[in-house]
Design a protein around this ligand. Structure first.
Ligand code: ADP
Length: 378
């Protein structure tokens, strides 16, 4: 059986796979972008994931390749596959997490619910879309966006001239994605895991709260999500996972609209911030599940341990000292809240850790999670 998992990317997602691997007695090796990253604990070395030779040398030392992010170029992924290396998720699936235009096209082809969208190459096409959609829309760069960068709400056809100019200078050409400005009541995320042989499991659908384009809080399960809503969210994510043949953990970010429809916003093909609660709040954490899935092992149970789990990100961190220096106060006040520290230097807006609280009373669980996170932010 395959036993050495190689993770490309050394961020907190790779870091959180490490204890899961240790518990299972599976060796894990990380190819980090730089020294001193979150996943240094299992670093095999430092190297550029855009360099074929670097990635091949790393791949030779492991049995399966997986990822902390979705940025490894297609040419490299395809070369790994051509050489018989197991890559999960594979390039045919990852493509749809790398390029939002291809993702919208594929989901539309699969008949899944997405915002109205179009591919645009110039100001005239944007003007036409705006005219057809009440004068407001959301424009996105197809590639390279994260945490709200590469997403702009526009009300004028010249609002993204800088992006059109960048496209004109790009030898590969390309286009932007424009979509309707969705009137949503809240954002949800449906996390699933699929193994190569086809088994799929789903966690309860969760509500995600964003601040300035960054995930701030997650409530599991999403309030008022028993019954139909949960069923629909799960059915959508299962259809995506099967339709694109993803392997490993995948998060489907959804908008719940004012007329109670679910529309797919984004896909992430790796463990995701919306699933961090599962480390403390579910029978199987998304990190263990990801390892099981990429190794094609039977998947673990996904039931919630508590009636409610609330995860709050520690954004920025303390302005003086380290997270660890704040442990005495936080642990004393909230002994049951679990704290996760990514080992990163504090910096404004940076995700440096998260906390998860669980219990029966949602208001109390929210309060405990927020109050604990507040110990680490000033
Ligand atoms: P990123 O890849 O940077 O995470 P997203 O496509 O997820 O970008 O968009 C970031 C945020 O912008 C979303 O979480 C949502 O709040 C808002 N957003 C994105 N698309 C739309 C849309 N079509 N209508 C309304 N809000 C949107």
């Amino acid at each position: 059986m395959t036993t050495i998992v190689g993770v490309i990317g050394g961020g907190q997602l790779a870091r959180m796979m490490i204890p899961a691997a240790v518990n299972l007695g599976i060796e894990i090796r990380v190819l980090a972008e730089n020294d001193g990253m979150s996943a240094d604990l299992a670093a095999f070395g430092v190297g550029d994931y855009r360099d074929l030779e670097v990635v091949l040398a790393f791949a030779e030392t492991v049995d399966v390749i997986t990822f902390d992010h979705e940025h490894v170029p297609q040419e490299i992924l395809r070369e790994l596959v051509a050489r018989g290396i197991a890559v999960h998720p594979g390039p045919d699936a990852l493509l749809y997490a790398q390029d939002k235009l291809l993702m919208r096209q594929k989901l539309s082809d699969l008949g899944l619910p997405v915002p109205e969208w179009a591919r645009i190459e110039n100001v005239e096409q944007l003007a036409e879309f705006l005219a057809d959609h009440g004068g407001r829309a959301v424009v996105k760069t197809a590639r390279g966006g994260y945490d709200g960068k590469g997403v702009r709400v526009v009300s004028h056809a010249h609002d993204v001239d800088d992006w059109f100019m960048a496209l004109a200078e790009d030898a590969n050409g390309g286009a932007l994605l424009v979509e309707e400005l969705v009137d949503f009541t809240r954002e949800l995320a449906q996390l699933v895991a699929r193994r190569p042989s086809g088994e799929i499991v789903a966690w309860p659908v969760v509500e995600t709260v964003q601040q300035n384009g960054v995930c701030a809080e997650v409530i599991a399960p999403a309030p008022h999500s028993s019954g139909k809503l949960a069923e629909v969210a799960e059915a959508i994510a299962v259809a995506v996972a099967e339709g694109i043949g993803v392997t490993g953990v995948m998060a489907v970010e959804l908008f719940e609209t004012t007329d109670e429809r679910l529309l797919i916003n984004e896909l992430a093909m790796r463990p995701h911030n919306s699933g961090h609660w599962s480390m403390d709040g579910s029978t199987t954490s998304q990190f263990e599940q990801h390892l099981r899935a990429v190794l094609d092992l039977p998947l673990g149970g996904t039931a919630a341990r508590d009636a409610w789990s609330v995860m709050v990100n520690i954004l920025g961190g303390p302005t003086t000292g380290s997270l660890v220096e704040r442990y005495p106060g936080a642990f004393q006040a909230y002994p049951s809240v679990k704290v996760h520290n990514y080992g990163k230097d504090p910096r404004p807006g940076r995700k440096v850790g998260h906390v998860t609280a669980g219990g029966d009373d949602l208001d109390d669980v929210v309060y405990q999670a927020r109050a604990t996170a507040a110990f680490f932010q000033d």
